[in-house]
Design a protein around this ligand. Structure first.
Ligand SMILES: [Zn+2]
Length: 146
């Protein structure tokens, strides 16, 4: 491939600092930054915000970070948020815990036998059932085949 995929571009203004700065062009309308050139104290990915106990607070990402994996030659993109505009993560309330417990209970109940199996019921070739149900179904199929 001739030339760089993401050449340096001087941008006159960016949301995270005043004055011009170098970026790697635009990606979906947002400034593109490469690994190492994004200011760590100003911008963070969603997971980095979470690790700091923060959330984007409804704000859209202000930049995109790209990293290239040398072995597979794949390029990954990550949205970057302003740390200054982030808000603390909302604490879990008893109602939220109840809602999560309810949702997880629904996933643990086998639709075929109706038992709470203590694990999330897996899907086998589009069929959703627990391991004992799957085993009995397999045994029946084997008997029918014999
Ligand atoms: Zn079952």
């Amino acid at each position: 491939m001739a030339g760089k995929a993401y050449p340096w571009v001087l941008v006159q203004s960016v949301p995270w600092q005043s004055g011009a700065t170098y970026t790697r062009g635009l990606h979906e309308g947002l400034p593109l930054l490469s690994y190492g050139c994004a200011p760590r104290h100003l911008l963070a990915t969603y997971r980095q915000l979470r690790a700091m106990g923060l959330r984007p607070n409804g704000h859209d990402p202000v930049a995109v970070l790209y990293v290239r994996h040398n072995l597979s030659k794949k390029v990954s993109f990550a949205s970057l948020y302003l740390i200054a505009k982030a808000a603390p993560v909302r604490p879990m309330t008893p109602a939220k815990w109840t809602a999560i417990a309810k949702a997880n209970l629904g996933r643990r109940i086998c639709p075929e036998c109706g038992h709470d199996r203590g694990y999330i019921v897996p899907r086998w070739d589009g069929r959703k059932c627990c391991v004992p149900c799957f085993d009995t179904a397999c045994a029946t199929e084997m008997q029918e085949a014999a």
